[in-house]
Design a protein around this ligand. Structure first.
Ligand code: ADP
Ligand code: MG
Length: 615
């Protein structure tokens, strides 16, 4: 008789489970990640006794049909990887098909799931890998898991668990990591029936502040850098607020939390000389890289990740954080400058990235048909100065410029009827940072790699929006009392919506009394001016009464409405300082490329394409 025997499945599962599920927090992580992978926009986590009594995760994601609902508990059952190649382009959190099999092996599991297209769903109960019941169920679409008696059949593990306080801290950590990586998803966390978190969707800054606490809002220094190798976004905490523990160090790659001593080293180096003794930098950094260039397969719980280009990423982290900290210490500088001074490590300079070939003839006049074709080549400083000199000399900033050509170029769709053409500004002579205003609304500015065009009104809208959101998170928005209350008749539905949103409206600076079927507005946010109040009020009513959006989105929509109305006010861009101010404030916004309504704010015209135009 052979001495070797195959372990029965349930024992094999139980052993394997130990790798994936070490404590209640691991269950929370796996279930939340599955919910994310299922496309959920709302995820509720309920915990009792730090997960020792109950872990419940409810999502509104895709759900499963009854066949998949049974299959999902099998080891290596996954819908996320079909062929070996898929492993190299992972965009999902899970891919091993191990989590549910592991959880089912060591706990009592109840799962209810329903596809949106089905009338009924299915409820499955599993204990120690055995299906004990499998019935049709009436349930919400999406999936809900209830995990009880975790480690009931693995006493060693159960005895190994720490105090409730420690175990819950682990749960909260996992919850925060997922929540931080997905600020557009609504998450709640309850422990023993009390609410720990209710994180409504919003921009990343809001999510970070919601997790860290309101005070954090003023303490964050934004990081935003984009290179061919990595896109880097997020925040570091100003050095004077550094903590005595390493608690708040978050790194994410492609929205997945990971740990890296190596990158942590780069970040600390960027803080060198700025931190008090025995304090640690806090950071929330989001890297986006080509999924082919990382390996998430190295660790069963996937918190260690191998990067193909880790040396470059190290340098980029170091230099962009240093730069951001420097910028925050000195007066903020323009982002275009930042691009040119961005200090890439020398080994990367040799790589063929971001080095456009500029062909400029300083004597070339685009409006003079006799001028000969452009021939000189090069890419560094001197030549681009010549380029802007050439532009300056040849009238792009003067009334004679043939702006029509540029308009065609940019297909300027809405140069906004509300605005008149302002007189063009005489450019200052500083080469390289001159701005020109065209049609009172388009700011043209040379950048290293060409030309940037900024839609001023949209830029202003984004600036107001960001300011309002930031102050709204921490304080009521500043409001001004109206000399004469503004009266507006509302329908029944509109009145009801006004009443049910009165608290939020007040927080936003709108104070009104309801009299019969009218609202009498007595105060409005101070960013609004006489001519923009009415429009804002209309937009607000439209948002609260006529649009089908859930509560979480309303605040954002309202802030957006206020910003949009306030931006309608005629902007004073009649001085270089005013134009510079807009640019500077725009680039302090976390998102400076699009308005909250997703309209483009900035376009760039590369030197190559300008060159192409004149070929
Ligand atoms: P993996 O996430 O690695 O694929 P899991 O064991 O975590 O493996 O899940 C197995 C499969 O069950 C998933 O691939 C997915 O198809 C399905 N599944 C798990 N959780 C959910 C959920 N909340 N909603 C929809 N499908 C789910
Ligand atoms: Mg999974």
């Amino acid at each position: 008789m052979s001495l070797i025997q195959l372990l029965p499945d349930h024992i094999a599962n139980q052993i394997a489970a130990g790798e994936v599920i070490q404590r209640p927090a691991s269950v929370v992580k796996e279930l939340m990640e599955n919910a994310m992978d299922a496309g959920a926009t709302k995820i509720d986590v309920n915990i009792k006794e730090s997960g020792k009594a109950l872990i419940q995760v409810v999502d509104n994601g895709s759900g499963m049909n009854s066949a998949d609902a049974l299959l999902c508990f099998e080891r290596h059952a996954t819908s996320k990887v079909r062929k070996a190649d898929d492993l190299f382009s992972l965009v999902t959190k899970g891919f091993r098909g191990e989590a549910l099999a592991s959880i089912a092996a060591i706990a009592h599991v109840e799962m209810r799931t329903r596809l949106e297209s089905d009338d009924t769903g299915i409820q499955i109960n599993i204990e120690g890998s055995k299906v004990v019941s499998n019935v049709e169920a009436v349930c919400a679409n999406g999936t809900s898991f209830e995990i009880k008696n975790l480690f009931y059949n693995v006493p060693a593990r159960r005895n190994f668990l720490k105090s409730n306080q420690v175990e819950f801290r682990h749960i909260q950590d996992e919850f925060e990591r997922v929540a931080l990586a997905h600020s557009n998803v609504h998450f709640t966390l309850h422990h023993n029936d009390s609410e720990i978190y209710n994180l409504t969707p919003g921009v990343l800054r809001k999510r970070v502040v919601d997790v860290l606490g309101r005070k954090a809002n003023d303490r964050l220094v934004p990081i935003d850098e984009s290179t061919e190798i990595v896109e880097l976004k997020g925040f570091v905490l100003k050095p004077e607020f550094a903590r005595k523990t390493r608690g708040e160090q978050y790194l994410f790659v492609n929205d997945r939390f990971f740990k890296s001593n190596y990158f942590n080293h780069a970040i600390n180096k960027a803080f060198e000389g700025l931190l008090k003794e025995r304090t640690f930098a806090s950071y929330f950094l989001f890297l986006t890289v080509d999924p082919q260039k990382i390996d998430v397969n190295v660790h069963p719980t996937k918190t260690e990740i191998k990067f193909e280009e880790e040396k470059h990423i190290y340098s980029i982290l170091l230099s962009s954080i240093r730069l951001a900290l420097g910028k925050y210490n000195i007066a903020p500088t323009l982002d275009f400058e930042r691009e040119t001074t961005f200090d890439l490590p020398s080994e990367m300079r040799s790589k063929p990235i971001n080095e456009p070939v500029i062909r400029v003839n300083p004597n070339y006049n685009p409006f003079d048909s006799n001028t000969s074709k452009v021939t000189s080549t090069g890419s560094k400083g001197k030549k681009s100065e010549n380029f802007s000199d050439a532009i300056n000399k040849h009238g792009f900033g003067t009334k004679e410029a043939k702006t029509a050509d540029w308009e065609n170029f940019y297909s300027i769709e809405d140069s906004s009827k509300e605005e008149e053409t302002a007189p063009l500004i005489e450019e200052e002579t500083t080469p390289g940072i001159s701005q020109f205003l065209i049609k009172g609304n388009y700011i043209f500015t040379p950048s290293k790699s060409g030309f940037m065009v900024i839609h001023a009104r949209r830029a202003y809208e984004q600036i107001l929006y960001t300011d309002l959101i930031n102050s709204f998170i921490t304080n009521p928005v500043e409001s001004q009392t109206l000399l004469f209350p503004l009266e507006k008749e509302l329908s029944k539905n509109e009145l009801a919506s006004w009443k049910s949103n009165a608290m939020m409206l007040k927080q936003l600076g709108f104070v009104g009394e309801i009299k019969d079927n009218e609202v009498h507005l007595t105060a409005v946010p101070s960013v609004l001016q006489d001519e923009t109040i009415q429009k804002a009020l209309d937009r607000i009513i439209e948002t609260i009464a006529h649009r089908e959006i859930d509560k979480g989105e309303i605040a954002h929509e309202l802030v957006h409405s206020i910003a949009k109305s306030a931006a309608m006010k005629k902007m004073n861009l009649n001085s270089m300082d005013a134009v510079n101010d807009i640019i500077e404030r725009l680039f302090q916004c976390e998102n400076h490329a699009y308005t909250p309504g997703n309209k483009q704010i900035i376009d760039t015209l590369s030197l190559e394409s300008i060159d192409e135009k004149f070929r």
